[in-house]
Design a protein around this ligand. Structure first.
Ligand SMILES: Cc1cc2nc3c(=O)[nH]c(=O)nc-3n(C[C@H](O)[C@H](O)[C@H](O)COP(=O)(O)OP(=O)(O)OC[C@H]3O[C@@H](n4cnc5c(N)ncnc54)[C@H](O)[C@@H]3O)c2cc1C
Length: 396
């Protein structure tokens, strides 16, 4: 398969598929290549939370604001990808109430995140199986976001606007002419068919593998991959996303998902983007932490545990202080124009962010690519519903 397009996007996760949609809606000719299936990287293995922003209210105000804004956009354009559970931040002990709650409430107010306070009796009415010693809770706009569905809907939208999209194709060569990238090639792992795509711009949306793709182009992208462990439980005894109202730490979130719940997570730096092994004892620790919020989980069987890697930018690139655990690294994203940074034209890298904020990341990338291509078309992704959204609206 030989193709020539204006923009080649490598990586079919939340970020790459959102970029494909944005550029295609602006009339740019696009090809998206993914080596596995859509969402087979971090996006298909994440915790599943459509953030209200409250989790970041005390430690990452910029991410908190972005999540709040994008939460509203996704509810508008992608209601069929969302299970609108709402969320509760549970205050379980007097120490947290004294030490964390005031900062949490102030941080949410600062970021414009709406909170509704529920007293002990109200919490137990809404969630009868949470810890009986719960003091109070704060209701937030948290919900559950299906990352796979979102990627499929983004890709369908891009294809509806003329984009090519292929799964199973690993890019293993980037073609350069002098100080410019001019295309890439790879092979489908099942059909063994070769793909060669010539493009004015290649967008590196390969998440934790961004350093490897950049190396094929002859430039360096430093990342601080950060691993999180999750555990799926066999039943769904709670109906809200539950957060432990305390400083962000290990095992402080329970996310209802389908007929079960997902417990998590952790934050462990790792150098290897393929290191998704669950460290010994970590799954048990996730279950023990979740039991503090919902003791009923003692009686429910863990079905499986797994880990995924956050494609975060290192502290130095974020202008921050060293952070051994990586929990303080901002969930904001990093967009690298390699022409400006390395003198290599035609190549752009985007890393970081969240599934919740992928549309906004894509808008920043598409703005940059359109400016370079001389395409004068506004971003429409915050207004145009995704394919399938209308059916959901009329059926509920
Ligand atoms: C433990 C954990 C919990 C999280 N929880 C949340 C949450 O609750 N809410 C939230 O909003 N965010 C959450 N996140 C963050 C979010 O999951 C990630 O920021 C997001 O999924 C990254 O998406 P991406 O598209 O950039 O990367 P990915 O989804 O990893 O996509 C990159 C894709 O590139 C492909 N690829 C790589 N190399 C090549 C190549 N050479 N050729 C072709 N294809 C290639 C990969 O196969 C992959 O599919 C969490 C992350 C982790 C790790």
């Amino acid at each position: 398969m030989d193709l020539t397009v204006q923009a080649l996007i490598v990586g079919g996760g939340a970020t790459g598929t959102a970029i494909a949609r944005d550029l295609a809606l602006r009339g740019v000719s696009v090809c998206l290549l993914e080596r596995g299936d859509l969402a087979s990287g971090t996006t298909g293995n994440y915790h599943g939370l459509l953030h209200s922003g409250a989790r970041y209210a005390t430690n990452d105000p910029a991410a908190a604001r972005e999540c709040r804004e994008e939460n509203a956009v996704l509810r508008r354009i992608a209601p069929h990808c969302i299970d609108d559970t709402s969320g509760l931040f549970l205050v379980l002990d007097a120490r947290a109430e004294l030490l964390f709650q005031p900062a949490f409430v102030a941080g949410c107010a600062e970021a414009g995140i709406a909170l509704e306070e529920l007293d002990h009796a109200e919490v137990l009415r809404e969630e009868p199986l949470v810890a009986p010693n719960v003091l109070r809770a704060f209701r937030t706009n948290d919900a559950v976001l299906d990352g796979w569905r979102l990627c499929v809907a983004n890709t369908l939208a891009a294809q509806d606007h003329g984009a090519w999209a292929f799964r199973g194709v690993t890019i293993d060569r980037i073609m350069r002419e002098g100080d410019r990238v001019v295309g890439a090639s790879g092979r489908n792992s099942i059909t063994l068919q070769f793909y060669t795509v010539r493009a004015d711009y290649i967008i590196n949306a390969t998440g934790v593998w961004a350093g490897r793709l950049a190396a094929l182009a002859g430039v360096e992208v430093a990342l601080a991959p950060n691993k999180g462990t999750m555990v799926a439980m066999a039943r769904r005894p709670v109906s809200h996303v539950l957060n432990h109202c305390r400083p962000p730490g290990d095992g402080d979130i329970i996310v209802p998902n389908g007929t079960g719940v997902v417990l998590g997570t952790t934050a462990t730096p790792t150098a290897d983007p393929d290191d998704t092994a669950v460290p010994p004892g970590e799954a048990d620790r996730m279950v023990a932490e979740a039991i503090r919020m919902a003791p009923v989980l003692r009686e429910i069987v863990p079905v499986r545990s797994w880990a995924a890697l956050r494609p975060l930018a290192p502290a130095e690139q974020q202008g921050g202080r060293p952070d051994p655990q990586g929990r303080g690294l901002t969930r904001d994203f990093l967009l690298i124009d390699h022409e400006a940074r390395d003198g290599l034209g035609g190549f752009v890298t985007i890393v970081g962010g969240k599934v919740t904020t992928a549309r906004r990341m894509a808008e920043a990338v598409a703005d940059l690519i359109c400016a370079k291509l001389g395409v004068d078309a506004p971003c429409r992704t915050a207004e145009e519903p995704l394919p399938g959204a209308a059916a959901r609206r009329s059926s509920v």
